[in-house]
Design a protein around this ligand. Structure first.
Ligand SMILES: [Zn+2]
Length: 126
């Protein structure tokens, strides 16, 4: 292999694409220049240190669920992010996509989750 050249990553928090340095690759930690989230690649899935408080409300391995839920959360203007979504195309049976919403929006998000058909959902959390 050639000289270390860093690595392209996608921020799990805001989906911003950027390149991290060889030092950051080696340390398995980096900070997103876009949203400020710290990301720890040493855990599986990577741990995101948000500047605000977010709670996990839902996880799924179903791409259709992800698209549906995103549109619903967007419509409701809920602050959220999806962790591990990009892993679905690589490890579809291993890593679910996990939805996090800001704590202030958690109750609203749960109502939305209850209002839709959850039969196809993998794991729902309350
Ligand atoms: Zn980010």
């Amino acid at each position: 292999m050639g000289a270390p050249s860093g690595r392209s990553v996608t921020c799990p928090s805001c989906a911003f694409h950027f390149k991290i340095s060889p030092e950051e690759v080696a340390s398995k930690r980096y900070r997103c220049p876009h949203c400020g989230s710290g990301v720890d690649l040493g855990t599986e899935p990577p741990t995101v240190e948000r500047p605000e408080n977010f709670v996990e409300v839902f996880s799924t391995r179903n791409q259709g669920d992800i698209a549906l839920l995103k549109s619903l959360l967007d419509d409701a203007q809920i602050d959220y992010y999806v962790l591990g979504e990009e892993f679905l195309s690589i490890y579809p049976l291993i890593q679910p996509a996990r939805f996090f919403v800001s704590t202030g929006h958690a109750e609203k998000a749960k109502l939305i989750l209850k209002s839709i058909d959850t039969n196809s959902f993998g794991v729902s959390r309350s």
